[in-house]
Design a protein around this ligand. Structure first.
Ligand code: ADP
Length: 157
């Protein structure tokens, strides 16, 4: 049976830290679905279409990665995709506390979907989409934290 993991997030924008987690996921699972969660109540810096396009470009040569978006509960999306795993990255103890809570609730919702946590490489622990958005807004150097295909410099803010 094909093992499928969903890697859910907002990816506003997609970073080298996210990419690292997906590469590690590909060593564990047959397929990784990068799932961009759409939350009507949350405003993002980059439109959904752009975030999807950039991520698709990062994995243009990787047939084991699919890029999708979804609304509503992550666990329902996993069921729809036939995914048995939720992949998440951990940078800090803070990430762990937050992720643990979500994973326990997800497991109540559907115990057949297992959350799997992957530690961030040391060099990516300081990388977050929030910090990168701040750098972008304020003219800082941010390109080093993003995969080449994530061409945010072509966007207008
Ligand atoms: P969310 O809106 O769910 O926080 P994000 O796009 O910020 O979504 O992150 C998605 C996933 O990627 C989360 O599991 C998060 O912990 C992980 N992640 C984000 N940045 C990094 C990083 N630098 N290294 C490892 N994992 C990361």
């Amino acid at each position: 049976m094909t093992s499928i993991a969903v890697f859910p997030g907002t990816f506003d924008p997609y970073t080298n830290g996210h990419h690292d987690i997906v590469l590690k996921g590909l060593r564990m699972f047959d397929e990784v679905i990068i799932a961009v969660g759409v939350n009507a109540l949350k405003t993002t810096m980059f439109p959904l279409e752009k975030r999807l396009e950039w991520i698709q470009n990062v994995y243009a040569d990787e047939p084991r990665v699919r890029v999708k978006h979804y609304e509503g509960l992550t666990i329902r999306f996993c069921e729809k995709m036939g995914a048995g795993f939720i992949l998440r990255g951990l940078r800090t103890v803070g990430d762990f506390e937050y992720e643990k809570q979500i994973a326990l609730v997800n497991s109540d919702q559907n115990p057949d979907v297992q959350s799997v946590f992957v530690l961030s490489e040391q060099k990516y622990t300081a990388v977050s989409s929030t910090v990168i958005r701040d750098l972008i807004r304020n003219g800082g150097a941010y390109q080093q934290y993003l995969p080449k295909a994530v061409s945010v410099h072509e966007e207008r803010f």
